[in-house]
Write a protein that binds this ligand. Structure first.
Ligand code: ZN
Ligand code: ZN
Length: 817
């Protein structure tokens, strides 16, 4: 056989060529008229904070492969791309580069677009959205107004960082070291400022319900924990005067074990209740606690601190007077800002009581407890003791009994509370969508009329961080007239959290140029909800929760008619280098560009998918990607090398068909479930197998050609350029990406099987289909475990098992007497 001289695989030549052709032909643009079912495959859009690194590709290339696969399966696939362009990263980077955030962001987008194009994805660029452009953020503002009109947006005081020396608000990054001002090193305090919130807490209960969506369990757990639903009782403790302290507890069964009460240092009663001799110490502690962040305060490993305020509360259930303390672990923002402490049955209270020598009284007895001191808090259920008329009850029953008692006595009532707080959306920053609100001395808060949207960001504002919104000092922006009475008025100068922009971008992709509304309702009806969303798990309690809230709110406003934005969710892992996260500052970054230039986008795509299970991520290794490049080269010569049929043999041809269909099945099932690494492994195995077949030349040409075509079709989602090129070179019409994904024949794909005969003492008792590859031990195990066989073995003793490969198992049993 003479090997025809074939061209060399040169990705540098073929990749740009096909990318241009696909773009010129609008190959991947989609509409709503297709007769096939729709499929909305969405990947989280990137921040415009700089160049794309390999982590972006790791998020995007596999999702593109999945979208391409769905497309070949006959779906009308929407797989758009855009840019999350407002926000701190862009603003900070612009500041350090000394250029305007708009200019800087748009330059980045330009660059990122080119990088993304080099990936060869099916993004329909005619649908791109950029959140920092007025055509987009005018609708972000419009949504704000809708939420405001519905009572879902409100203004309230919220803490910010305040430098008492500079007399100014500080941004989080201006608070350095141990919470001191970056400029003057004064200790920063928290101070309240009027800011805007969305009432996400109205939806707490519905957000706990994930029953209509197919999401990873860990994300659902993270959201559930974040929302933090607790059911219990809110009960009043008496004070010497008229007032009372209300506490919330999920453990009413432990009410008789309360040995002290703890208030948050900010609790409004602290000042009133503190005794004169304790005042100095209490005030010092309150001042100290104010400087701690909530995260620090709620860290469980933190050393317990607190102060007795010199007052007592009365436990109405047993009439006992217990001391009142303040401690930073109690937060004003959760529950009532006061807790009843039951050290015997709560780990944190136990530690606190040990630290300060407070009494520990057991009221839920562990099994076999004989009155000894506890080594640690006992938090499990048990039998109630030291609890008056409730003694002897199992604690779970006691919970209900004490709750009933509290309600009947009017001491308190059953209550459900959530840890979730309302969504603070005000940012004292320049680079965001201005909040469309005007303040008038006469009319108060006045929303900007819809027709006046967008409220444009002024181009001439100073955007450096001052801790206050830079817009505050931009007179042309601030000064306006009241839309209601015409008097002079001031604009709101805070901008919106960028999570607001990303809460609806997936709606805009359906009709990015629509001028009448944020989206064309008929198109949203066609495309939404998103069928498959992919992105990082780090968004679990922010973006993924906000977007769910947003859609539910829009549904209640009659703007959309579905409940959940993302039907299925998949979280990819991350790419590491030398076992560590990529980090620009440490110079540990892989940029795709150099690899694309050297080995081609197809090699980078395929390597990223081969690197490990997608949800786990993997370690970047230059040798690995070179191995992938060699594999693509092998495919190139395999496909283009002539196949000359030698002496065809029926069994060889049959086996080729079997391997071909087995591979189709494996690849299709893996693609469906994002198991890209094993999909690539199956394709490699197939390639190796075809290499051997070619050497031996024992199959019919038609079967060979069919196998080669199949290889290219299976490869097309992963390596779209080389597949297109080889498809053309083997005489097929353009484009491989318009071909149907191969369908396997279950019979051909199946491993060859035979009927295994099972005998007991030489008599036929059962038969079972098994693959020819079954091992002797497996066949024996299987035979012994069969329902119909077991009854012949009862009472007897198996003395021998005879196995005849591909035929039978004979079990020899000696019956006992
Ligand atoms: Zn300062
Ligand atoms: Zn007015």
């Amino acid at each position: 056989m003479t090997e025809k001289r074939i061209a060399k695989y040169n990705p540098r030549e073929i990749e740009p060529k096909w990318q241009q052709r696909w773009a010129a032909d609008h190959l991947y643009e989609v509409g709503e008229e297709a007769p096939s079912p729709k499929w909305y495959d969405l990947t989280m859009f990137p921040y415009t904070s700089g160049d794309l690194h390999i982590g972006h590709w790791y998020a995007m290339a596999p999702s593109d492969v999945h979208a391409r696969f769905k497309r070949m399966q006959g779906y009308n696939v929407l797989h758009p791309m855009g840019f999350d362009a407002f926000g701190l990263p862009a603003e900070n980077a612009a500041i350090s580069h000394g250029i305007h955030p708009f200019v800087w962001t748009m330059q980045n987008i330009q660059r990122m677009r080119q990088q993304l194009r080099s990936m060869g994805a099916i993004y329909d660029w005619s649908r791109e959205v950029v959140t920092c452009l007025p055509d987009y953020y005018r609708w972000t503002q419009w949504f704000f107004l809708k939420l405001y009109q519905a009572g879902l947006a409100y203004r309230a005081k919220a803490p910010v960082n305040w430098c008492p020396n500079c007399q100014t608000v500080l941004a989080n990054e201006q608070v350095v070291g141990e919470g001191v001002c970056e400029r003057c090193k004064t200790q920063v305090v928290r101070r309240d400022l009027e800011q805007w919130f969305f009432r996400i807490t109205n939806y707490a209960e519905e957000l706990l319900d994930h029953s209509d969506i197919d999401w990873p369990e860990r994300i659902k757990i993270m959201q559930r924990n974040w929302i933090g639903k607790s059911e219990g009782v809110e009960v009043a403790f008496g004070l010497d005067g008229e007032e009372e302290i209300r506490v919330f507890t999920t453990r009413p069964d432990t009410m008789f074990g309360v040995t002290f009460v703890v208030l948050a240092p900010e609790h409004p009663l602290v000042d009133k209740l503190t005794s004169p001799e304790r005042r100095g110490e209490v005030e010092r502690y309150v001042e100290w606690a104010r400087r701690q962040s909530e995260i620090e305060r709620s860290a469980t490993e933190r050393e317990k601190s607190g102060v007795f305020i010199g007052a007592h509360a009365i436990n109405k259930l047993n009439g006992e007077r217990v001391p009142i303390w303040i401690a930073d672990y109690v937060l004003m923002t959760y529950g009532t800002g006061a807790v009843m402490a039951v050290p015997a049955h709560d780990a944190r209270d136990f530690e606190f009581a040990k630290t300060f020598g407070l009494p520990i009284r057991v009221v839920i007895a562990p099994q076999g407890w004989r009155g000894e001191e506890l080594e640690e808090a006992y938090i499990e259920p048990g039998t109630m003791v030291n609890s008056g008329q409730f003694d002897g009850l199992p604690s779970e029953q006691g919970k209900e009994a004490i709750s009933d008692f509290i309600e009947s006595m009017g001491y308190g009532e059953r209550k459900t509370i959530y840890r979730l707080r309302d969504w603070l959306i005000s940012r004292q920053r320049y680079w965001g969508a201005p909040i469309p609100i005007i303040y008038c001395d006469k009319c108060g808060i006045v929303p900007v009329p819809e027709v006046e949207l967008p409220v444009l960001l002024p181009e001439d504002a100073e955007f450096r961080p001052t801790g206050e919104s830079p817009l505050k000092y931009c007179e042309s922006f601030v000064n306006t007239s009241c839309p209601r009475c015409g008097a002079s008025a001031r604009r709101e100068t805070d901008t919106m959290d960028t999570f607001m922009c990303s809460s609806w971008y997936f709606l805009r992709y359906t009709s990015p140029d629509y001028k009448e509304a944020p989206f064309d309702a008929s198109k949203v009806r066609y495309w939404l909800p998103v069928d498959q969303y992919t992105g990082g798990a780090e968004h679990a309690t922010m973006h993924l929760l906000y977007a769910r809230f947003f859609i539910k709110a829009l549904r209640d406003l009659g703007i959309v008619d579905f409940d959940e934005p993302f039907t299925r969710l998949y979280n990819q892992g991350i790419i590491v280098i030398e076992r560590q996260k990529m980090s620009k500052s440490r110079g540990r970054v892989i940029t795709p560009d150099e690899y694309v230039a050297e080995l081609g986008a197809d090699a980078v795509r395929a390597y990223l998918m081969f690197i490990g299970p997608w949800e786990q991520g993997g370690e970047w290794d230059d040798r690995g990607i070179k191995g992938i490049a060699r594999w693509l080269n092998r495919i190139w010569s395999l496909v283009l090398g002539a196949y000359a049929q030698g002496k065809p043999e029926a069994t060889e041809t049959k086996n080729l068909r079997h391997v071909t269909h087995k591979t189709i099945k494996k690849v299709a099932e893996d693609l469906e479930r994002f198991r890209f690494n094993t999909m690539i492994a199956a394709l490699m195995e197939f390639t190796n197998y075809l290499g051997k077949v070619r050497e031996e030349q024992l199959v019919e040409s038609a079967a060979w050609q069919d196998a080669i075509d199949t290889l290219l079709l299976l490869l097309a989602p992963t390596a779209p350029h080389i597949a297109e090129e080889l498809w053309a070179r083997t005489g097929h019409p353009y484009s491989i990406h318009n071909q149907a994904f191969p369908v396997w024949d279950e019979e051909l794909a199946a491993e060859e099987e035979f009927n295994l005969v099972i005998q007991v003492n030489g008599k036929l008792r059962d038969r079972v289909r098994v693959p020819v590859s079954i091992a002797e031990e497996e066949a024996q195990e299987l035979a012994l475990g069969r329902e119909r066989i077991r009854r012949y073995l009862e009472g007897g003793q198996v003395t021998r098992i005879i196995y005849v490969p591909r035929r039978l198992v004979n079990i020899v049993v000696k019956q006992g007497s």
